[in-house]
Design a protein around this ligand. Structure first.
Ligand SMILES: [Zn+2]
Length: 369
């Protein structure tokens, strides 16, 4: 059964509501509960096409677990146009990144462990989820109120907290497909069939994926200190689906199939195999080796290095042009390269840059996933 409802996530100065559409698919059995959202950053539209393709797939292959799909998850960011471009990465009022406003208070872990150290896993799962849910409700109803961005984030998180699997669909600026993989989920991450994979630790800095897995991961680590192994009971990933401001519904089919291959591995369909993707070459690195290269000067840039193509040290990365120095003694161009081997993941979207602009992000010290 598939149902769609509107959910209010904010209110405009005119008093009109800002709403999102929430698609709920009721599972046929006892599979994992899945939550998938897209387009929290306003220019990152490709995830909506992936949700469209997922919905088509779920119609043909009804899942056993409940699935919640939220396309266009941030109406404020999506509507934030400036000229021909969409801004939508930061709340224009507070300047805070829309994907850094989710909530987790780690102080709940220690007393919870104390109370539940001998409880059964199923009891722990329900009780811990209940506490996370309660914290979110308390935050949403804070007597001091919330910012617009926090209000959106907590409303989205209240849906995500009920899920065993949380997928947040994003894109880079000009970008290859890449996946943020919590280190504990490394083995099963390959099912997404995404070429570039960044392994991340259990830290929390406000993003949806971290807000979803960090509580459960830190709970698992806390139980381990008591000598009791406890699996991390929630999986969460940020999937970066290529470049912002680009929509390719046909390509989204491939991404949706990769997601379904992972969901199949996690038991969303128990009886039959519903999907098998042609494997791609998968590289990985640790977050500490995922490096940003900042422009040493202002100017205008020719980007030479292609994303998802291994780049040897010294090979051309960019040419930085200083057209203000034409016909003078000063340097009019600089050819820049990296000092080590790397795989470019993404680069800045504009050819005009300040000194200190993040020109490229690259994976170094890579290994097979
Ligand atoms: Zn994003």
């Amino acid at each position: 059964m598939i149902a769609t409802e509107k959910m209010k996530v904010g209110e405009q100065p005119t008093g009109n509501p800002m709403e999102i559409s929430v698609i709920r698919i009721q599972g046929s059995g006892n599979g994992p509960r899945v939550y998938i959202q897209a387009n929290v950053h306003g220019a990152e539209v490709q995830g909506n096409a992936v949700i469209y393709q997922l919905l088509e797939f779920f119609r043909q292959h009804p899942p056993e677990g409940d699935v919640v799909l939220v396309p266009l998850a941030n109406p404020m960011g999506i509507n934030q146009k400036s000229g021909e471009f969409t801004l939508g990465r930061f709340d224009p009022v507070t300047g805070v990144n829309w994907n850094r406003q989710y909530h987790f208070d780690a102080s709940l872990i220690a007393p919870f462990c104390e109370e539940y150290r001998h409880a059964e896993e199923t009891v722990i799962r329900e009780a811990f989820r209940g506490q996370l849910r309660q914290h979110l409700h308390e935050r949403l109803n804070s007597p001091w109120g919330l910012t617009c961005g926090q209000h959106l984030a907590i409303n989205l998180q209240l849906m995500a907290v009920e899920a065993d699997i949380v997928l947040d669909l994003h894109t880079g600026p000009i970008s290859a497909r890449h996946l943020y993989v919590p280190e504990y989920a490394r083995e099963r991450a390959r099912y997404f069939n995404i070429p570039l994979n960044i392994l991340i630790p259990s830290d929390f800095s406000g993003a949806m994926d971290e807000a979803s897995f960090s509580p459960w991961w830190q709970l698992s680590e806390a139980f381990a200190k008591f000598g009791r192994p406890l699996p991390v009971m929630v999986d969460a990933f940020t999937i970066e689906l290529g470049s912002q401001e680009k929509l390719n519904v046909q390509a989204a089919r491939e991404d949706a199939l990769g997601i379904c291959q992972y969901l199949q591995h996690q038991g969303l369909w128990s009886a039959t195999q519903v999907v098998e993707c042609e494997p791609v070459t998968q590289h990985a690195c640790y977050l500490k080796d995922y490096k940003a290269f900042f422009s040493p000067a202002g100017g205008q840039v020719e980007y030479h290095a292609a994303v998802n193509q291994p780049l040897a040290a010294g090979e051309p990365l960019v040419t930085l042009w200083h057209f203000n120095a034409l016909a003078s003694e000063a340097c009019e161009r600089r050819d820049l390269a990296l000092h080590c081997d790397a795989i470019p993941v993404l680069h800045f979207a504009s050819a005009s840059v300040n000194q200190g602009t993040e020109l490229y992000k690259v994976m170094t010290n890579t290994f097979p996933l």
